[in-house]
Write a protein that binds this ligand. Structure first.
Ligand code: 8YV
Length: 324
């Protein structure tokens, strides 16, 4: 189908997205987003990309006729959106449709961490309830806690909303204070950590937040401190976190994201005061399907209506150059 718009998918992508791209476009695939895998023919005809992988400046430059990169995921730290913007390439992500799902995950992970539910279930499954009696009472509890949210965006607000219903006071740190939330603002992360005993990281990844949660922040969180991360692993100094958990600088941690996924340090796995998930924040069938649809709908809207549905802020003002 030579007159269909060519869309390149580097690496793996959700099957439903692949199916719909195939039905609406000329679908081209390569194993990974590496410039040396781009053929001359691809460089000439590719107008759009859908990706769930790292898309750096060199890869963008290997595709001179690229107009749009549709990222699978609300977080787009893997895409060089600044470079894309300078090259006049639209970048879209998948906000809103996963907000409540990820907030649910955050609360589940928080409960698992403080109440040790995964360990309690393992106790039952191993037959220890009948042999040894009930699982020991959890040392931690959500009762009496004060929660700090690092990153009061869409997902941060949805988590706060849930935890207000749990009866917990909320505070937050963000680049700027927000005028439309009732929670206490702290202009530094270390200040927020000192004011709370439960810190939930929802901040986006990227250079701005790299290792923002460091040894000082964990020390400020304190020995009763619980740290939850459903944002990006890069936001945390993982080595400092492991040390803090080993030494009792903080009480416990619940992590859905890691610095070098899918690698999770053995030292973290060896710890009893952590609850670990393999980056499943948005991973229900229904939500992943909605994400796949939004990726493809952005491409369809771009090439038929000349506008993206969910452009990222870096490229929000880019309008489609009239295709010739
Ligand atoms: C995805 C996510 O697992 O939306 C995000 O930012 O982290 C998850 O929903 C991820 O983007 C897929 O690589």
């Amino acid at each position: 189908e030579t007159n269909k718009t060519a869309i390149l998918v580097p690496g793996k992508l959700h099957a439903h997205a692949m199916e719909r791209i195939g039905a609406n476009f000329d679908l081209l695939t390569i194993e990974k987003a590496a410039p040396e895998l781009v053929t001359e023919e691809m460089a000439e005809k590719v107008r759009g990309m859908a990706a769930m992988t790292v898309v750096d400046a060199a890869f963008i430059d290997a595709l001179p006729n690229l107009e749009i990169i549709a990222n699978f995921g609300v977080g787009y730290d893997t895409v060089d959106a600044g470079h894309a913007s300078r090259r006049d390439v639209m970048v879209t992500n998948t906000p809103d449709i996963l907000t409540e799902e990820v907030a649910d995950t955050a609360v589940g992970l928080l409960l698992n961490t403080v109440r040790e539910f995964p360990r309690a279930e393992t106790w039952l499954r191993a037959g220890r309830w009948t042999r040894e009696g009930g699982y020991p009472s959890s040392r931690g509890s959500l009762r009496g806690r004060t929660v700090g949210i690092f990153g009061m965006g869409r997902i941060g607000r949805a988590i706060a909303h849930r935890l207000v219903a749990f009866g917990l006071p909320i505070a937050y740190h963000n680049r700027r204070p927000l005028t439309d939330v009732p929670y206490a603002y702290h202009d530094t992360l270390v200040g927020l950590a000192a004011a709370v005993d439960t810190l939930i990281c929802v901040a986006p990844g990227g250079a701005e937040t790299h290792h923002a949660v460091n040894a000082d922040v964990l020390k400020a969180l304190g020995e009763n401190g619980v740290f939850i991360n459903i944002g990006r692993g890069s936001t945390v100094d993982e080595a400092a976190l492991i040390t803090a958990l080993e030494k009792g600088t903080i009480f416990a941690a619940g992590l859905d994201v890691f610095e070098n996924e899918p690698q999770v340090p053995e030292a973290l796995i060896a710890l009893e005061n952590v609850s670990l998930l393999p980056h499943v924040g948005s991973a229900s069938v229904v939500t992943r399907q909605a994400m796949a649809d939004l990726v493809v709908d952005n491409l369809i809207s771009w090439f038929t209506q000349n506008r993206a549905i969910t452009p990222v802020p870096e490229t929000v003002n880019v309008e489609r150059r009239s295709a010739s």
